[in-house]
Every structure is written in structure tokens, then in C-alpha cells.
Design a protein around this ligand. Structure first.
Ligand code: PLP
Length: 366
């Protein structure tokens, strides 16, 4: 049964005509991989993101992995990241051949705790990979200071943070490069998989452009061990149709989030503070209180009110079986967050009244 207030309906809305026209344009062109749509999108997305270069790739995961590889980081090297994220953040580190090392989160911000990241540094550490989780930028000023002190690269996971800024600076341009995902549910989504790397470093962009295309600069000349992960023309055209709407969508997300904040001020949940005005609210996440069943009760109550919720994320990444081979990580705050977080409906198609209704339902949980 679909909820009366679904978490995220995926139908086309005010973008419908432009998306359909974009699909028709690509069908008529007869050109489907690495062509003019991707080239135009790369320029347009770089400009929107405040970066000098963008390179389209197949997924956000590949974007992260290729940045790490292009920085010359691989086997035997460690990359420090957050235990609270989509597991793909850490899987991408493994894909590049490096070893993820988990540093606990700051429980207020829900992003990597810079002090914990600094404690996790070893002689093998090469990079820190902060995740701008839920659309809120990580504490980049502190992370930059640590990276500078220890000569580490910063790779930004911007998969939930399109158009976000940290202290006014566009995410993805603070470290060596930023990885974006265009998975359909993201703030800028394709109708399939897609991703991009943004960077101000021309040679890094060129290296990633080569790596994504089998290691070729020119056809049939494989200069290094590349992979095949390209943003296709159809998805690029769809993204071009939606990109002009992204600023407005982001403003709507921020406005709706402000309503949630106001209406939830006295609710029996913890509302994580907005610590940077550059937060783009990919998700609106609250924490249920201390009793172990508080989240389950809240989710059931909201479900009985016809409101669909999700959990991002129920399991800390280092606790996933896929990472059981790593030396165990101690991330107690990450574990607490995974037990308490709950994502409320938030997307540009919601109206103020519906947000108030969801907030009112949260307030009446017992
Ligand atoms: C979505 C997401 C990814 C992975 O992106 P894909 O395009 O699905 O590969 C990585 N990190 C975070 C934080 C994400 O939200």
C-alpha cells in the first residue's frame, strides 16, 4: 500500500516537458555514449557547482573511486572516512585498492569528527574522505587544517550535497575533488545511474577523464589500466533539463526544513542543528530519543498517520559484513546515530501544509 504522504514520489513534475524533450532529442540524434550532451552537461554542472572542471561518470561510487585512483592512492594506503554514510563511500575506497579507516562522527553534526579523524592517522594515511551527509557540509575548516598539518589529500563525498557550500565555499572545490551522484533520489537525479567529479585541478580532471574511458585519451590507445564508467548521453540530457531547476528546488528544501525546525522545536525528538547555511537538505533527519524502541514507535505512529519514513542508515558501515576483514573500528557515536536516526519526507514537491502535518504527527507520538 502506498502511504498517503509518501517519502519521495518519483514522477516527473514541473520538469516533465523538458525531460521528455531531452529524451526525444537524444533518440533523434542517434548518439548515446560520450557525445555533445555529456560535454555540455559537464560545462554546465561545473559552472553550477563553482568548479573549473566536471567529468561525467557512471555512478557516484565510481566518481569517488576514480578520484582516489587519480590521486595515486591505492594498495597499502589508508583513507579515513565516516562510519555514518551510504556504504558506497567506503566501498569506493576499497574499489580503488586502498583501505578505509573509520573515524567516529560528531553526534551533533552527524558528519566525521575532525578530532577523531586526526587520531586515526597512521604513517599509511593518504587522504580524508568527509561525507557532506544529508546535505550538511562536514566541518571543512577543521578538516583542512588537519589535512595541511599531515600532508593529506581531501576527497569530498558530495553525493548528497549538490550546490551545498561550507563557510560559503562550494563543496567539491575545498579538497582535491568532489564526487557527485545523480542516482534518481538525489537532489539532482537522472532516470538511471549517473555521477560526476568536480575539481579545480586540470590535470586531475584529465586523469579521471582518461580513467573513466578505459584509460584512453584517444581511441584504441590504452595508456593505463582504466575502467568503463561513463555518463551516457540520455542521462546527461535529462540532467541538463533539470539542472536549471536545481537552485529553486534547493531553496524549497531549505524553506520546508525551516518549517520542520520551527514546528518540531518542542517535539520529543532531537533535531540536529543546522551548522552551516550552505546545508541543502537532501534529507531531513531527526533522532528519536534514548529508549531502544523510540525509533520503532515513532515510525509506527507516523505510518498509522499515513506518513512514510526511512532510515539513513540503520547499520554503521564498519559493522557491515563486507568490512569484517578490517581491523575493528570504535565508532560509538556512529552506532548511536544508526540506532536513532529517522528521515522525514522532504522534497521540492511538498507543500507547507503537508510539512506542518508531518511535524504535528511527530509531536503526538507517545
Ligand atoms: C548515493 C551515495 C553514494 C553512491 O552514489 P551512487 O551514484 O549510488 O553510486 C555515495 N555516497 C553517498 C553519501 C551517497 O548518498
Amino acid at each position: 500500500m502506498t502511504a498517503r504522504i509518501p517519502f519521495l514520489p518519483m514522477q516527473l513534475r514541473e520538469d516533465g516537458a523538458a525531460v521528455r524533450a531531452a529524451v526525444a532529442r537524444v533518440l533523434d540524434s542517434g548518439w548515446f555514449v560520450l557525445g555533445p550532451e555529456v560535454e555540455h552537461f559537464e560545462r554546465e554542472f561545473a559552472a553550477a557547482s563553482g568548479a573549473a572542471h566536471a567529468v561525467g561518470v557512471g555512478t557516484g561510487t565510481d566518481a569517488i573511486a576514480l578520484i582516489i585512483r587519480a590521486l595515486g592512492i591505492g594498495a597499502g594506503d589508508e583513507v579515513i572516512t565516516s562510519p555514518l554514510s551510504a556504504a558506497y563511500s567506503a566501498l569506493a575506497i576499497q574499489m580503488a585498492g586502498a583501505t578505509p579507516v573509520f573515524a567516529d562522527i560528531d553526534l551533533a553534526r552527524l558528519t566525521i569528527d575532525p578530532a577523531a579523524a586526526e587520531r586515526a592517522i597512521t604513517p599509511r594515511t593518504r587522504a580524508i574522505l568527509p561525507v557532506h551527509l544529508y546535505g550538511q557540509p562536514a566541518d571543512m575548516a577543521a578538516i583542512e587544517a588537519i589535512a595541511r598539518r599531515h600532508h593529506l589529500a581531501i576527497v569530498e563525498d558530495c553525493c548528497q550535497a549538490h550546490l551545498a557550500t561550507a563557510n560559503g565555499r562550494p563543496v567539491g572545490t575545498i579538497g582535491a575533488a568532489g564526487a557527485f551522484s545523480f542516482y534518481p533520489t538525489k537532489n539532482l537525479g537522472a532516470l538511471g545511474d549517473g555521477g560526476a567529479v568536480v575539481t579545480n585541478d586540470a590535470s586531475l580532471a584529465a586523469r579521471i577523464r582518461r580513467l573513466r574511458n578505459g584509460g584512453q585519451d584517444r581511441r584504441y590507445e590504452h595508456l593505463e589500466f582504466g575502467v568503463n564508467t561513463r555518463l551516457d548521453e540520455m542521462q546527461a540530457a535529462i540532467l541538463r533539463a533539470r539542472l536549471p531547476l536545481l537552485r529553486g528546488w534547493t531553496a524549497t528544501r531549505r524553506r520546508l526544513a525551516a518549517i520542520y525546525r520551527e514546528q518540531l522545536a518542542a517535539a520529543p525528538v532531537i533535531v540536529p542543528p543546522e551548522l552551516d547555511g550552505g546545508h541543502v537538505y537532501h534529507l531531513f533527519v531527526v533522532r528519536a530519543g534514548d529508549p531502544p524502541d523510540a525509533r520503532l514507535r515513532l515510525r509506527r505512529h507516523l505510518e498509522s498517520c499515513g506518513i512514510e519514513t526511512l532510515v539513513h542508515y540503520p547499520v554503521a558501515i564498519p559493522s557491515q559484513p563486507a568490512f569484517a576483514n578490517l581491523s575493528p573500528a570504535r565508532c560509538p557515536y556512529g552506532e548511536i546515530a544508526c540506532a536513532q536516526v529517522i528521515s522525514l519526507p522532504l522534497h521540492p514537491g511538498l507543500d507547507d501544509g503537508t510539512v506542518r502535518e508531518v511535524a504535528a504527527a511527530v509531536c503526538t507520538v507517545r
